[in-house]
Design a protein around this ligand. Sequence first.
Ligand code: GRF
Length: 216
Amino acid sequence: MTPRVAVLASGGGSNLQAILDYFDAQGTERRAEVVLVASERVTARALERARARGIAAVALDAAQRGEAMASLLASYDVDVIALAGYLRFVPVDVTRGWRGRIVNVHPSLLPSFGGAGMYGSRVHQAVIAAGVRVTGVTVHFVDEEYDRGPIIAQWPVPVLPDDAPEALAERVLAVEHMLYPAALDAVASGRVALGADGRVTGWSPEFSFICSPQPA
Ligand code: GRF
């Protein structure tokens, strides 16, 4: 059976869109399908994107944490969960219930520039302030700590002299759109897995076939 994916998103949902487009492009051979999009923000654009595609879109209310969130995911027979710009802490009932089947994309090369409070533009501001010359994208398994789960795939993006956070964010996001769906595919189809020892096994050649967009 085709693995069933839930996407949790708080914002614009461009990564959700990239995931939908990626699996659409696989046509009848698609290796996973998004069956649920959930957000704690009723106005999240991600929910609109889901509705436009006829995918169940759920605005999570305050009570839908912990066990209730796990029950919601279970009611859609969700195999894999993808966080795509999801700003809330994922409850332990969910991280434990879907251990090795819940992934996140982060707009830096973890473990640098991650952790609580490091999201959105703050990440890119911190990267520029630190003066590093390379940042990038990390896809990782999600555990009980923000941005610390085992790393599945990473891709570098150069930091240019005089880069502004917005310009850097745009270049990083373009790489997220390439790397995240491929990594999600690898996890959903079992080509990459989280071992009992907490280490990631397997790899996908697609992880090195993406190209960083060149600066203008
Ligand atoms: C992305 O940069 C992602 O890495 C981060 O939040 C942003 C979400 O963007 N976790 P979008 O909602 O997918 O457009």
